[in-house]
Design a protein around this ligand. Sequence first.
Ligand SMILES: [Ca+2]
Ligand SMILES: [Ca+2]
Length: 210
Amino acid sequence: MDEEHLHDDLRVFKDRNIFQQKLRSFSTVYLLLALSFFLIITLSAVSLSRVSALSSKLNAVRTEEKQNQNVSGRDFLLFPCGPDSREWEYFDGKCYYFSLTRMSWHKAKVQCEEMHSQLAVIDSYAKQNFVMFRTRNERFWIGLTDENSEGEWEWIDGTDYKTTFTFWKEGEPNNSGNNEDCAHLWVSGQWNDVYCTYECYYVCEKPLHH
Ligand SMILES: [Ca+2]
Ligand SMILES: [Ca+2]
């Protein structure tokens, strides 16, 4: 072997060595890349599962809050006819509306109907008691009339007048001037008949779950 050959061999060996070194460093880089990729995937998976666990916890809390509001929430307990409205008051399974404006009996009847309710039908002392404390001696229409046949009083929802509670003022109904066919609450919540075009306040009622 001459010197030149030896030199060549040495160069090939060197080149090989360099190639192997490069290969090794490449592998290291790839290995590192793969490792970081794996790490990123794992971390993302962990954080994703944490986020979803958190959000499901949050949902559970929210549902619980809603349930609390429905079951024992002060708003719904105090205002079953609607916590966002001061117009309707709750009593014994129904919601009542006490008008702030005056109008004839027929207009009042329509007003109640437009609010998916009817003029109040007072069929018990408990209900009378509830209504009279809120009408405060003012005149308020109720759903009672003898328009169809003089002296034959009828509740607008078909409740039998003859067998149910009444609370007429003494001497009423008197059909004064032969023209009094609509009933309203008055002083001490007692009832009076007056002409139907008279303008006074009115009480509407509707079931709690309409
Ligand atoms: Ca009458
Ligand atoms: Ca009268």
